[in-house]
Every structure is written in C-alpha cells, then in structure tokens.
Design a protein around this ligand. Structure first.
Ligand code: NAD
Length: 473
C-alpha cells in the first residue's frame, strides 16, 4: 500500500502533470512553460464592517496560462483560500478548457473569508473592492480575464462584479463579457446555473453507457438503477443529484458539512433540500439513517460516489475504505495523489475533475459569446424553424392522410430556445470529451488511469497551440 505523502494542492497537480507528460513527445522546456503559473496577484485591502470594525482582507487572482486569452476561472470565498490553492485551481482551469475545446487560458480567484460570517452589505463591499483591485492591475476584462462563480459565490456576486466593472468602464460595448455566471437579466445565459451539475451528469452517463468500462467493473450499462452518493448539496452537488434522479438513478447518500444521510431506497433530492431549509440540517430526514460525520458517507457501499464540495476529502487515510466502483470528481481536487493510487489499485474508475466539472466553463463560454454578439441564442432562428417544421409536418399529414396528436405536434414543431441550445452544446461537448479521453486511455495500455489520459489530452492541446503560435518552433 503506498504511504501517504503530504503534497500541497499545486504540487499534486504538478505531480499528475508529470505522470502524464512521459506519454507525450514535447521538449522539457515546453512542458515547464505549460506547468507554471504565468501571473500571480496577491492583494490585501481594508474593509469597514457594519459594526465599525476594520478588517484586512486577503485575496488572490492567478492567471495560469496566457496561451489563449482571455483567461477564465471562478472566484471562491472560503477560509481555506491560499495562494497554493488558487494556483492549483488556475492550472486545472487551463487543462480543463483545453480538454473541452474552450479557447481560454486558465485562471482562478479567491478571497479568504467565511462568507457566512459577513452580512450581504459587507460581502458586496468586499466583492466590489476586489473587482476594483483587479481593474487597477488589468486582471479583469472581456478580452483579458473573465471570472465566474465558484465555491461560496453565485449570481449575486457576479452582478456586483459586472456593475463595478461597468461603472469604471463607461461606454465599453462588450463590458457584459467581463464576468460570467450572471443572472439572465444582467446578460447571463439560460442554463448556466445548472451547467456544471448537468455536465457531471452527461460525463458520467457517457461512461456508464460504455460496455467496455462497465464490464470491467461488473456493472450493467446505463445510469438507471445505479446507486449514487453525493457530498455537498451546493450548486454543483444539488444539480448533479437532481439530474441523476431524473434519469432513474437512486440517490442513496447525501453529505453536507453538518453530517450525512443514507437510504438504500433512495432519497428525494427536492424533499431533502426542503427539509434542510425548514430545519437547518439534512440530518433526521424521514426514513434515512444519520451519520454525524460527513466523511462516513464516502465509505458506504454505492456504485458512483460524487464528491461535490471541497478538495482532498478522499486521501491516503480513507481511500482504502471507499467502496464505490466509480468516483466522479464534481468538485475540484477532491482526491489526493495517494487516494488516486489506492483507488487505482482497487480497480475503482476515477472520472477526473478537470473535465468532468467542465460544464460550468463550457456554458460560461456560451455566455461570453452571447455577450459579445449582443443577441440571445435562438432569437433569430426559432420562429423560422417552427414554421418550416409546421410546413413539413402539414405536407406529411396531407400525403399520408394521418394526423399526429397535439402533444406530438408541439414536440415536432418546437424551435430551439436558448436553454435548448445551451444544453445541446453542453451535451455534445461532454460526450466528445469523454470519448476522446477514454480513447486515449484505452489505446495506450501503459496509461494507468483516466486522469493521466485527461492530462495527456490537455498537454498535447496546449503545447500544440504554443507550437502553432511559433513560440516553440
Ligand atoms: P457551493 O458553495 O454552491 O456548494 C458547496 C457545498 O458543499 C455547500 O452546500 C457546503 O455547505 C458544502 N460543504 C462544505 N464543506 C463540506 C464538507 N466538509 N462536507 C460536505 N459538504 C460540505 O459551491 P459549488 O459551486 O457547488 O462548488 C463545489 C465544488 O465544485 C468546488 O470544488 C468548486 O471548485 C467546484 N466547481 C464549481 C463550479 C461551478 O460552476 N459552481 C464549476 C466547476 C467546479
């Protein structure tokens, strides 16, 4: 059994990179350039709280790679934020964008606060001041660096960022593209909120549909009836669980920071969320077993375990007790390198974060494109498609002498709305990326796991861009 070794998050990303780099033919200098963070901005600024107390806020923005611009990556609010973590998350963004063919370099931002300890007014002050600091150093803009939500942030914070940016760039026509994950009324795109969870579902669904992979695990193909455990009921975890439930899977376990609940009969995700809103906790949900420690749920018997909260939750200490056959990394970095090795030895398939949770950045890309084109998806073609479909259907009915039911007519005639196009683009992206990575993995037997295959895919794409730019002739 490998002995647990303490690695920083960034070092563990570098370690995974090095493990994959040996399966590529790039010059060591090229690999070194790809691995490093291009720009690291560490800042401190003061905030006066509503109580009158003055506190100093520690914050970061890291641009990992400028091989394509703008850079792109979320902003998290958490007490665990530190420079190493933001660097690691920025690096993962570079590789993630490359894998799903989103033409951005990777970036990430973080503010070291517990958002629950601040009032909405104070959070707005902090977010606006952080944005002003980014503007001062040219670390934000539709063509330079485009933040998005991450752990502890959402649409509200993105609105504050946009408003601050616009106030300081009056008349800039593309300013809405300076941040993504905005509310639809502020230039957001329909389908962004649930995009990461839906992307996790599409990715795992595709893996479950592959007989070659399912046979290895002794599982049947398809997600129907699969037993799923999700850690973290935030944006990503909630939507992932919801889409699995809608596809006929059984949500047997849900874990939050206050504890976990378990039922082999399946938990209704909407009812659990309502129970939590009413009681302040997921614990004591009717018909479910309680675990006081959220980590206990990670070690229970299930088919797919989906950590969707924080990094390093499965590590050298607990990985050997994980009983799931598939681990889908919805969160960023939920497994340490030791956990990866242990799970690999146990024959568990780990579907890696760097592409599995790429749904958010993929739809962020669609949002950015919408902002630059200044037009809602579907606006130009929806009615045209509907009248063409109605004409074709009318002609077929006339020729066959048969008519379709009104509900069927509605489905056949329907022209795509914005959310239809966004979801379709996301599904296409996730399915193609899954197939590309599994293909790399299966074609080179020496590649030990899907994570290494994903890194090989990302390294080749980033290095090819540098080569095509003539930077590495
Ligand atoms: P979020 O803040 O909406 O949700 C996180 C949830 O995890 C919260 O409900 C929180 O209470 C819970 N949690 C915190 N500590 C926990 C613990 N110890 N055990 C169990 N639950 C715990 O954040 P999110 O946006 O859903 O992000 C979750 C993860 O997904 C992060 O790693 C983030 O980097 C990653 N991610 C998010 C997006 C996105 O679009 N939001 C995109 C890609 C990756």
């Amino acid at each position: 059994m490998p002995t647990p070794v303490p690695y920083s998050f960034f070092q563990s990303v570098e370690r995974s990179f090095d493990k994959a780099a040996i399966f590529t033919d790039w010059d060591p200098g090229v690999l070194q350039q790809i691995k490093q963070c291009n720009s690291v901005y560490q800042m401190r600024f003061p905030i006066k709280r509503e109580s009158g107390e003055i506190v100093t806020i520690e914050a970061y923005r890291v641009q990992h790679s400028h091989h394509k611009t703008p850079c792109k990556g979320g902003i998290r609010f958490s007490l665990k934020v530190n420079q190493d973590e933001v660097m690691a998350l920025a690096a993962l963004m570079t590789y993630k964008c490359a894998i799903v063919n989103v033409p951005f370099g990777g970036a990430k931002g973080g503010i070291r606060i517990n958002p629950r300890e601040y009032t909405p007014y104070e959070l707005e002050k902090i977010t606006r001041r952080y944005t002003a600091e980014l503007i001062k150093k040219n670390f934000i803009g539709p063509g330079t660096d485009v933040p998005a939500p991450d752990y502890g942030t959402g649409e509200r914070e993105m609105s504050w960022i946009l408003d601050t940016y616009e106030a300081m760039h009056p008349g800039e026509i593309d300013s809405a593209g300076c941040v993504t994950g905005k509310p639809v009324t502020q230039g957001g795109v329909r389908g962004r909120k649930e995009a990461t969870g839906l992307g996790v579902f599409y990715g795992l669904n595709e893996v479950c549909n592959m007989p070659s992979v399912m046979n290895k695990l002794g599982l049947t193909t398809g997600v129907k009836g699969k037993r799923i455990c999700v850690q973290g009921l935030g944006n990503v975890g909630y939507h992932t669980a919801l889409f699995f439930q809608q596809a006929g899977a059984l949500i047997v376990g849900l874990a939050e920071y206050e504890g976990a609940i378990w039922s082999y009969d399946g938990l209704d995700i909407e009812k659990v969320v309502k129970h939590r809103n009413d009681t302040g906790s997921i614990l004591d949900f009717p018909g479910a077993e309680n675990f006081a420690n959220t980590r206990d749920a990670l070690e229970m018997e299930c088919d797919i375990l989906i950590p969707a909260a924080l990094e390093n939750v499965i590590n050298g200490e607990n990985a050997s007790r994980v009983k799931a056959k598939i681990v889908g990394e919805a969160a960023n970095g939920p497994l340490t390198p030791e956990a990866d090795e242990i799970l690999n030895l146990k024959g568990v398939i780990v579907v890696p974060d760097m592409y599995l949770n790429a749904g958010g950045v993929t739809v962020s890309y669609f949002e950015w494109l919408k902002n630059l084109s200044h037009v809602r998806y579907g606006r130009l073609e929806k009615r045209f498609a509907e009248s063409r479909n109605a004409n074709i259907l009318g002609k077929l009915e006339e020729l066959t002498g048969k008519t379709v039911l009104p509900q069927e007519r509605e489905v056949i005639i329907h022209g795509a709305d914005e959310v239809d196009l966004v979801r379709s683009g996301l599904e296409e992206t996730m399915i193609s990326a899954t197939r590309e990575i599994v293909d790399i993995w299966q074609k080179t037997p020496a590649i030990p796991d899907l994570r290494t295959a994903a890194y090989v895919c990302a390294i080749n794409k980033v290095a090819t861009t540098y080569a095509e730019l003539g930077i590495f002739p």
